[in-house]
Ligand binder design. Sequence first.
Ligand code: TXA
Ligand code: MG
Length: 322
Amino acid sequence: MGKKDLKLRILNDSTNSINTASKLILNGDAVAVMAETVYGLAVDASNKSAIKNLYSLKKRPKNNPLIIHVESINMALEFGKGNEDFLILAGTFWPGPLTIILPQKKKSSISKEATAGLKSVALRMPKSKVFLRLIKKVGKPLAAPSANLSGYISATDSKHVQECFKNNIKLILDSGRCEYGLESTVINLTKKPYIIERMGVINKEEIFKKTKILTIEKNQKKKKIVSPGQLFKHYSPKKPLRLNAKYPKIGESFLAFGSTFADSKYCLNLSKKSNLKEAAYNLFYYLRKLDNLEKKKIAVSPIPMRGLGKTINERLRRASLG
Ligand code: TXA
Ligand code: MG
C-alpha cells in the first residue's frame, strides 16, 4: 500500500468523486456520504470483511444491525419480503427518511454480519442525491450506519466525520450540512401492531395522515426492544447534559431554544423563532460545538413535545444517560 492510500481525501460530490467512491466501495473500503438525515459511512452490503471492518472502525457492538440503503423499491424487494403496507409506505415516503424493517428473503446476498444475523432487514431509499447516485454507481445496496463513533453524537457535516475517523477512512464525499440533521424513522413491519422502533424525521401522525397505516411508538420502558441500537447509550457528548434548564449555571454552556436572555459565546440557540425543524437541523451540530468548549456541563432548554420536538427530546434524553 502506497503512502497516499493512508491519507483521508475529502472531495466535493461530482461525477468523478462518485466514481472514485464507487471503486473504493467495490474494493471493500468504507466511504462517508451525506444522507438527507445525517452522514453515513457506506460499504458494500454483501462484503463480509468490509462490514467487519466497519464495525471495528465505529467501535459498534456486533449485535447492532445496519440499515441497508437501496436505490429503488424494486431493489428493496430483492432482499425483503414486502407486503401491501410496505408498498404503500415506500410509495409515499421514499426516497426519504423512513427505514422499513421487513422479513429478509432466504436468498438475500446481504452479508449476515450487516443484519447481525437477524431474520429481518432494515431498508431505506435515501432522498440525498449524492447517496442515490453512489448506490446506482456501485450497483448494489449499501450498508451505512451514521458516520460517528458508536455512542457519540451523529455527524451532520463532513467535518464531524473527519474529526471522528481522521485517516482511518479514505474518502469523504463532502456535500455540506445535512438537510434534517436527525436520523430516519425506523418502522417495523415484520409483525402487527407495527412499531416505530426509532423516532425520526417522520412521525406516526404523518404516517397515518398520508397512508392511513397505524403505528405505535415503542414505549422505551415497557415494550420489548427490537432495534438493538435502542439499547445503547447514544448520541452522547463527552460532557454531561442537564435537561429542561431555564438558565445555565456557573460552569455550564447552554443549548437554548426560543426567546431567552442568555447570550454569550457559551450559548447557542437551536431556534430563536422556536421552529422545531430549524432546531433539529442544529441539534447535533451545536451539541458538538458545545462539547468542545471548556465548560464542564451542557444545560439544555426545554423543547416542546410536539412534531419533531418529540424526536429531539428522545435524542436529548438518550444523550443525557451518559
Ligand atoms: O438516517 C439514517 O437512518 C442514517 C443514514 C446514514 O441513513 N443511518 C443510521 O444508521 O442512523 P444507524 O446504524 O446509526 O442506526 C440504525 C438503527 C439502529 O438503531 C439499529 O438497531 C436499527 O436501525 N436496525 C437496523 N436493522 C435492524 C433490524 N433488522 N431490526 C431492528 N432494528 C434494526
Ligand atoms: Mg447511529
